[in-house]
Write a protein that binds this ligand. Structure first.
Ligand code: FAQ
Length: 307
């Protein structure tokens, strides 16, 4: 007896065969992917803003060139991800509209301000570090175009993470004021980075289904724990500390225990009330409006070539 489209889909997922754009897929699977990939793309694009803030003030030409390259990589990641999401039948214009009218989310982390040069280091080490922890498993996600986009993105993120750590390492070996700047930045970015993994598993509405469909390979809490375990060791190389008095190696669990997360802050930031939500969205809308002439010119050029 012939298999139904749903049975074919399920058996592909079971056998680790990638789902491709023209394959039949449940509507909910498609919607989940459009939501996750577009929010991921928006995060990369909005994520350019906090670091963009420091390009003109980088302390040396080398630091400036590296930071420009990193921010440019983030733009590239956003574009790959919009392209991957478009293969599911939603246009880029629609996705961008959803970002601008507040219907679509972007990562909570980009709603915090970058107030010192050390923040460029902390973003690279902690924010890119958390992004890699979450994204390496996405190279094996069940939807082909998303998985393939993640391979290159992860390679670039890993460079970003190392350049951030190196900024902090330099500061940590510097003057008293530089060491202070380094610790202060870690103190401000630690908890928001821990929150990047999303709500705890018992409060995460999407995780169970996304794990069944192999969109997600690990739960939010599993990835968060891996991140804490790695950072708790790496911070020692900096001679700094993480701002958590309850951080402690647990011999039985073979993991670090850590203190309670301020979920009130997390939900408040993702509902639009973080320190920089308004500023970030205003900057995106302004850039989009001011770029209208570029889109018009590109369309006119493409039309002329078609003719
Ligand atoms: N921020 O049920 P779950 C980067 C929302 S890339 C805002 O657990 P899910 C690179 C979630 O959307 C960073 N919202 O949802 C870079 C859902 O809301 P909805 C971005 C969050 O999807 C570095 C609700 O809460 N990475 O940083 C957050 O199964 C440096 C319930 O949550 C990705 O997007 C949050 N942190 O799991 C760039 C990776 N967490 O849609 C520049 C791909 C949760 O129902 C500089 N995404 N929410 O209204 C994922 O892996 C997943 O979507 C999760 C959330 C893990 C983020």
């Amino acid at each position: 007896m012939a298999l139904t489209p749903e049975q074919v889909f399920d058996s592909k997922v079971d056998q680790e065969i990638r789902i491709e754009p023209r394959d039949w897929m449940p509507d909910k699977y498609r919607q989940t992917l459009v939501r996750q990939i577009s929010q991921h793309a928006h995060s990369e694009i909005v994520g350019m803003l906090p670091e963009g803030n420091w390009i003109t003030r980088a302390p040396s030409l080398r630091r400036k060139a590296t930071l420009i390259a990193k921010v440019q990589d983030e733009a590239g990641h956003g574009l790959y991800l919009y392209s991957a999401a478009e293969t599911l039948g939603t246009s880029r214009t629609e996705m961008i509209e959803q970002l601008h009218n507040g219907k679509a989310k972007y990562s909570s982390i980009f709603n915090y301000p970058t107030i010192s040069w050390a923040d460029m280091g902390a973003i690279g080490w902690l924010v890119d570090g958390a992004a890699i922890m979450n994204q390496v498993p996405l190279c094996r996600t069940s939807y082909g175009p998303y998985a393939r986009a993640m391979v290159r993105i992860c390679k670039e993120e890993s460079f970003h993470q190392r350049q951030g750590f190196e900024i902090l390492l330099t500061l940590s070996r510097g003057t008293e004021a530089q060491r202070h700047m380094c610790q202060d930045s870690i103190n401000r970015w630690w908890w928001p980075s821990v929150m990047m993994f999303g709500p705890s598993d018992d409060a995460s509405p999407h995780t169970a289904q996304s794990m069944k469909w192999k969109i997600k390979r690990f739960t939010n809490d599993e990835l968060r724990q891996k991140f804490v375990d790695i950072c708790a060791e790496q911070v020692k190389l900096l001679g700094m500390t993480l701002p958590d008095p309850l951080l402690n190696w647990n011999e039985v669990r073979q993991h670090y225990d850590f203190g309670p997360i301020n979920w009130e802050e997390f939900w408040s930031v993702i509902s639009g009330n973080g320190p920089c939500n308004k500023e970030r969205l205003d900057a995106r809308v302004k850039a989009h409006e001011e770029g209208e002439w570029v889109r018009q010119a590109a369309n006119a050029y493409a039309k002329k070539h078609r003719q």
